[in-house]
Design a protein around this ligand. Structure first.
Ligand code: ATP
Length: 293
């Protein structure tokens, strides 16, 4: 297994804030890895360390066998940061050529634009693109130098469904040819649609690192809410909150919970079961982590 990028016991602080806390991770060649986590989890910091925009406070970051700050190393890598600015006066095709000219190997202009659904726009000035088209162009540019590994920070934020799907297709096509991708998202469905491996990050730490299927199972929690006086201890509850007589329970097995509840004989009313939000899911993973399960 060739490892294209790795962090070894990396911590990054900004003043008092610990954005990443002792993170060790390897990105093998050919993998499409999703970094999933809520706002402020440390995803961008991790990407910025991998691509050499930041240095770790402690630990080591390696990219393509070298230091991410080395310009020769960086020629094998493509990145789209969370926020990008493109020169408005240039035409789309000119920007692609300009970016590609910095790399020894170059993707074909038309092929690249077509891959991201931008093929009709090569002669359009960037200033005349819609927000979604600009974002797709910014992402496409990460692939202009035929990189071995690409880092995309929240690539589809602000895109409508169609633009998002078109971008996913472009990323998938690169991956299908053996390309390695690390992307951050706080959309579970985006990571699910693309990534074969998911790293869940919360409060600067790796909370889970597994296949999408396994993480799905881990976060397959339901919210069960009901009105009752005191509840007995119910197995499988990962978190419980109470406001007056209303109980909000998170569980990975809502059927079991309801059966146990009925078996306990405690009177209850207003039972509602709903899919957990992503926030619920993160909470469930975090509470498992805290409990050392
Ligand atoms: N330049 C900075 N100066 C100070 N604090 C920072 C800086 N950059 C990030 N942080 C802090 O580090 C923590 C992690 O931020 P980071 O941007 O890496 O998270 P994220 O998971 O990418 O979040 P988001 O999804 O909101 O982009 C946050 O608490 C953030 O406020």
């Amino acid at each position: 297994m060739t490892v294209l990028a790795r962090t070894v016991e990396v911590t990054r602080r900004y003043g008092e804030v610990t954005a990443l806390d002792d993170v060790s991770m390897e990105i093998p060649s050919g993998q499409l890895v999703g970094l999933l986590g809520p706002n402020g989890a440390g995803k961008s910091t991790l990407v910025n360390l991998f691509v050499g925009l930041r240095r770790p406070t402690k630990g080591v970051v390696e990219l393509l066998g070298g230091a991410p700050s080395d310009p020769r190393v960086r020629q094998g890598m493509g990145v789209t940061p969370q926020e990008t600015g493109l020169p408005e006066a240039l035409r789309v095709g000119e920007i692609v050529d300009f970016v590609a000219s910095h790399f020894p190997e170059r993707a074909g202009r038309q092929e690249l634009l077509a891959r991201f659904g931008l093929d009709d726009l090569a002669r359009r000035q960037v200033g005349g693109l819609s927000g979604g088209q600009k974002r797709r162009l910014a992402v496409a540019l990460a692939f202009a130098g035929k990189p071995r590994i690409v880092f995309l920070d929240e690539p589809t934020t602000g895109l409508d469904v169609e633009a998002r799907r078109s971008l996913w297709e472009g990323v998938r096509a690169f991956h299908a040819e053996g390309g390695t991708v690390v992307l951050t998202s706080h959309y579970l469905e985006e990571v699910e649609a693309l990534a074969e491996r998911v790293v869940v990050i919360g409060k600067g730490r790796v909370l889970a690192d597994d296949t999408m299927q396994a993480v799905r199972g881990m976060v397959g929690v339901r919210r069960v809410s009901l009105s009752a006086a005191d509840l007995p201890d119910l197995p499988g509850v990962v978190s419980a909150e109470r406001v007056d007589d209303r109980h909000e329970l998170l569980t990975s097995d809502s059927d079991r919970l309801v059966l146990d509840l009925v078996a306990s004989g405690v009177p209850f009313s207003g039972l509602e079961i709903s899919p957990a939000t992503l926030e619920d899911a993160f909470l469930a993973i975090t509470s498992k982590e805290t409990a050392g399960v």
